[in-house]
Design a protein. Structure first.
Length: 522
């Protein structure tokens, strides 16, 4: 049994606390205290109860007890002032006042909130963020860049399943147990590493661990001049794939023509831009644009800077409504076409071109580019995402589900995982599978309660099911949480939705109580 409240899941048997897709560390006594409060939420728990049941009858000071209660509140995003979940009753005790749902049955599948993901049939690996072992905090982006490029190199092997970088980044700065990482990401192997830079020399250590057993499969150390950094990354990727042999020793060695920027300053700015982009916030997106523009200014021939900036511009409109879709269309198009010209084997450039074509309403062109991207890297979460989106645009909703689910599976904890999940809800709604659409939308809301589209699809699906009161409540939330998003996608038809898709959405929202006249333009 798992106890669920808000975005949190408490698994008492496994002694795990989750918020969305992330684990929350609690020291043992604080965890015991939380478990006891949740299990006895029907009453006020006295200090004597806690001392007897949590501390085994030992005498504990008032300050020690208060410290543990405060630790529980911090873990739940609560505090002593609001007492939203853990409430103190003067001279009586404390009580857990959150609404709790008991979830019974086997652990959920991939994409659910249990944090357990089934491993694929083929060899699978996660590249964890490399540790910066120097005292210089400026080298954090350098270490992140090493891990990213090793991930990219490994992803080109079609016989390997490689977890997306953004999901692996959720472990940055945390003490991790590779066995837990293997369970959470559904991988057999974990690559760990560290980096120390001194002047123009760099030392990288890497080790490959079998997640289930914790057994070290391979380890090595690399000392190189900075000029040889990309050769070193390829050496690490080559060594890892060899270590997982013989399962992949027949894998085709796809080495895309990858041209690094001439300037290491450009590469550092690029890594900073990717980091801010991965935050998936409007403010982070704006900072990413600045760093990525600097990347291009420093090295106009580096494809990665152009495609990443195009992603940022498109996201600023489609996700954050900081610009209109019309405003970003031309500049993003110039950037992404330039990226493909500079490196036509860059999977992110191809995926971004597909995304731009989809946002332009060209479903067929988007599908062609997505399939070209997947031919370069079968493990690209973004390529699977845009392939699914293109199929939605072409009215192939049933076919769209597989690539969308593959994108989620490859990047289950990524900051932009709400996009494929949102498209899954949309596909299920368009297929008239309204109950499934409700479930998909609600699961997305649990993960990202600030993401407006999930409330729209939930309101429309509930409206179609005749659950009018629920539908009205979700419609109100959709408008309140994202008024600009509601304007862009409901009051006006975005170019990537067909007239039929748009009309079907409006029909459901109308049954949910939406009455305002809507434009069919765009």
């Amino acid at each position: 049994m798992v106890l669920a409240f808000g975005d949190h899941r408490l698994d008492i048997e496994r002694r795990e606390l989750w918020c969305g897709a992330n684990t929350i560390d609690l020291e043992p006594k604080a965890f015991d205290l939380l478990a006891f409060l949740v299990l006895h939420r029907d009453r006020v728990v006295t200090k004597d109860d806690l001392l007897q049941e949590v501390w085994g009858g030992r005498i504990v000071s008032e300050s020690a007890l208060t410290t543990r209660i405060n630790a529980v509140r911090r873990a739940l995003g609560d505090d002593g002032a609001t007492q939203r979940l853990v409430r103190t009753f003067t001279r009586k005790g404390v009580r857990f006042v959150g609404e709790v749902t008991e979830l019974r049955g086997p652990a959920p599948d991939a994409g659910d909130l249990s944090g357990r993901t089934p491993a694929p049939d083929k060899p699978s690996i996660a590249v964890l963020p490399f540790q910066n072992m120097s005292a210089d905090p400026e080298q954090e982006f350098f270490a992140d860049g090493i891990a990213e490029d090793v991930t990219t190199s490994l992803a080109r092997y079609p016989s390997l399943f490689v977890t997306a970088r953004s999901s692996a980044l959720t472990y940055k700065g945390r003490a991790v147990d590779v066995k837990a990482v293997g369970r959470e990401l559904g991988v057999r192997y974990v690559l760990e590493g560290g980096l120390r830079k001194s002047g123009m020399r760099i030392r990288v250590t890497a080790q490959l661990v079998e997640a289930e057993t914790g057994r070290h499969v391979w380890a090595d150390r690399y000392d190189r001049d900075l000029a040889d950094i990309f050769a070193m990354q390829d050496e690490i990727a080559q060594a890892v794939t060899t270590a997982i042999a013989p399962a992949i020793d027949q894998a085709e060695r796809q080495r895309a023509m990858r041209r690094p920027p001439e300037s290491l300053d450009a590469w550092a700015a690029y890594q900073c831009g990717l980091w801010h982009l991965s935050n998936a916030t409007a403010a982070g997106n704006e900072q990413a644009e600045q760093f990525l523009q600097r990347t291009i200014d420093l090295d106009p021939t580096f494809a990665g800077g152009h495609s990443a900036l195009a992603w940022a511009l498109l996201t600023s409109a489609s996700q954050f409504q900081r610009r209109t879709l019309q405003e970003v269309h031309a500049p993003a198009g110039l950037l992404v076409h330039r990226a493909v010209l500079l490196d036509n084997a860059d999977v992110e450039a191809r995926s971004c071109l597909s995304f731009w074509l989809f946002r332009s309403g060209d479903g067929q062109g988007a599908l062609i580019e997505a399939e070209r991207a997947l031919a370069i890297s079968p493990n690209s979460a973004s390529a699977h995402l845009v392939r699914g989106a293109a199929m939605l645009r072409l009215g192939r909703q049933e076919e769209a589900l597989a690539p969308l689910e593959a994108s989620i599976r490859l990047d289950p904890f990524g900051p932009l995982v709400m996009i494929p999940r949102d498209h899954v809800a949309a596909a299920l709604y368009q297929l008239r599978r309204y109950e499934a659409a409700v479930d998909a939308a609600r699961q997305l809301i649990r993960i990202r309660p600030d993401h407006p589209p999930s409330y729209r699809w939930l309101a429309a699906a509930l409206g179609q099911l005749g659950r009018v009161e629920e539908a009205k409540a979700e419609l109100e939330r959709a408008i309140a949480i994202g008024p600009a998003s509601f304007d862009m996608y409901v009051r006006n038809r975005a170019p990537f939705w067909t007239a039929e898709t748009y009309a079907h959405m409006l029909d459901g929202l109308g049954k949910a109580g939406w009455r305002e006249a809507c434009s069919d333009g765009g």
